[in-house]
Design a binder for this molecule. Sequence first.
Ligand code: FUC
Length: 826
Amino acid sequence: MKRVLLLLILGIALISDLNAQSNSLLKLWYNQPAKRWVEALPVGNGRLGAMIFGDPSKERIQLNENTVWAGSPYTNANPKALKALPVIRKLIFEGDYEKAQDMANKDIISQTAQGMPYQTVGSLYLHFPGSEKYIDYYRELNLEEATATVKYKVDGVTFKRVVFASFPDQVIIVKLTADKPEKINFTASMNSPEKVVVSTPEKNEIELNGKTNDHEGIKGKVKFSSLVKVINSNGEISSNDTSLSVSDADSVTIYISIATNFVNYNKLGADQLKLAENYLSGALKKNYDQALKDHITYYQKFFNRVKLDLGVTDSVKNPTNVRINDFASGNDPQLVSLYFQFGRYLLISSSEPGGQPANLQGIWNDQLYPPWDSKYTVNINTEMNYWPSEVTNLSEMNEPLVQMLRDLSVSGKETAKKMYGARGWVTHHNTDIWRITGAIDGAYWGMWPCGGAWLCQQLWYNYVYDGNKKFLSSVYPVLKGASEFFNDFLIEEPEHKWLVVSPSVSPENSPAIHPKYSITAGATIDNQLVFDLFSETIRAANILDKDKEFVKVLNSKLKRLPPMQIGHLGQLQEWLHDWDSPNDHNRHVSHLYGLYPSNQISPFRNPKLFEAARTSLIYRGDESTGWSMGWKVNLWARLLDGNHAYKLIKDQLRLVAIPKKGRSIFSEGGGTYPNMFDAHPPFQIDGNFGCTAGIAEMLLQSQDGFIFVLPALPDAWKNGSVSGLKARGRFIVSIEWKNGEVSKVKIKSLLGGNCRIRAYNRLTSDGNFDLEEAKGKNPNPFYVVPDIKQPVISPEANIKPVELNKSYLYDFHTEAGKEYTLVLSE
Ligand code: FUC
């Protein structure tokens, strides 16, 4: 009994202690060095990335720069498409999918290059002789400061390494210290799987120069230079041809600078060495403490906007790998907050204004030929990378994606004309740093001309969340160009005379009746995407007072798009025909695009579609690839089922320790690696971002004409708080809850206008403003909801009406810059 009491007291003391310094919980930490890449810890500043292994005797810092890609500017449109297009369309309408797909393989799929791989720069190695016998080992990634730290003891001396990728100074900085003088001894060297030349131009500098390789007939022309400068305090430094040795130093600062000759997607020619030298000499002007301070200040401007507290248990005293391993069976809500903040950390670290968008691995890749080339798969993956950007208040991180869209609207214009004789611009299911827009990988996967339509959604989200008309005006030509393409490309299907996208696929899936052939016309996702694209272009044109004639044309075509259809299983049909099978567990859930990320399906506006989407998702199942589970967290949140969303988080936070040799990379066994990277498997960063967005979606939604606070709170998160999330119309929302009930909501209005809010509890104003029961349409222009057609319902469909929990809807008027507090009504 006494023992129990003591344990209890200790437990309470630990928890209150942890609560008191809850800030320090935002760390990934381990008590062993990384043995494998998916155990190493990532740092990045958008342009540069590094993976820190933390081995005391042989540190490896694996390096990336976001423009190191194989190849050089090229295009890959297949000119035969133009002639083949009408034939393929006819074959599809006649139901000869085999012939249609065969022909698309030859005449639409690019017969040249299929995309260039993103590549590693190489690694910096630091050998510390005699450090094999270390004790008291610890390493961490500090999400609040964006630094990686390694600590250990050898022969009574405590050594410490701190690594960060400085945002303001554009170099990676490594600081080595010891708690006794003259104890730092190591050799530094570099290598790379690329063809590189390593030299030591000065006794404290290593220079690595390389050029990326040719690939699929495209000459490799990206030249890159990396400079490593070692500044020692006391001790000696010497060099041989390729490495440096430091002996008896008190402390050492290492600066890693990398640059390439990349200018933009169709131009090379910058002076990579000069650029690397410039970054380095700039960084050397600052002392280390100042550099670290400036780095943290820049980073925290973004990171600190959102705080999430889902509770703390004593699981937090375990290393991160153990916590992931125990998550599904334990009680560790803080791991979800950590995972959420890690997602935000990754977005800030891999997508900075002026750089490239986060690719399939963000910016972190140790290979020359990474899975799927680590490029941009735009039939889900790239979009998913940006799902957390608005709601978790990081819209600045969208900039590289917006720039990619501007580029694609140029490269894709040529492709639209050459392949389909259409105006506007097109992109298929993949692109790379050279902004290719042709179809690749075989028609089963690549015959999808809707990449541009999906990517454009990110432009629209940017606008509805931030309300920046200048931004809208600057991206309007991109939106318009994408609509122009579909205006020309849509074709009337014979049965209902609807306008459809053909040829196309429902991404990477085929119906059970002809599983080898995915080629189709009028896939549900395509109808939903074109609906959104046209509606948004129309709204943008109206807001900007432009293109009246074009608006008329789009309006008339909008009316002729297929409605959503509910099939014989009561499911939302994936295809134009009622082909869905209850045994289809494909990782893609493309037809549910209308539920998330889009807002065409709502429990309040079209409950039958809502129920059908739910049925489809149940058939599809839970466990799948990492990104698929990340998507399903969002989908279950939109289905207002917090416990099911939480179940998916549990599935996703399953430790994937050792990738099984010989296991297909298309395996459905997704999860999380020890370093919290998402496992498709293999590592793919979209799952991190998808799940991060999903966690936010469980706490706050704003797509349905109102702000919904705690729409899908699971039983596991009884008490908690979140602050700084963003809702459409630039409302910054903070929520506190107790016993599963909202106790306080603070809303900062940055644009003003009507705020409509929904909650499962009755709320009241704190007395400083009037809160009314909501009536009619929300007059706030950022809360316009899509006016979709009634679904077509199969006579066999058995649709159970949805039973929603009772909720309350309020309106209040807001002024820009003011904050409003609502509390639980007794
Ligand atoms: C799509 C997905 C795969 C993978 C790849 C990068 O093709 O179907 O699962 O994520 O992109």
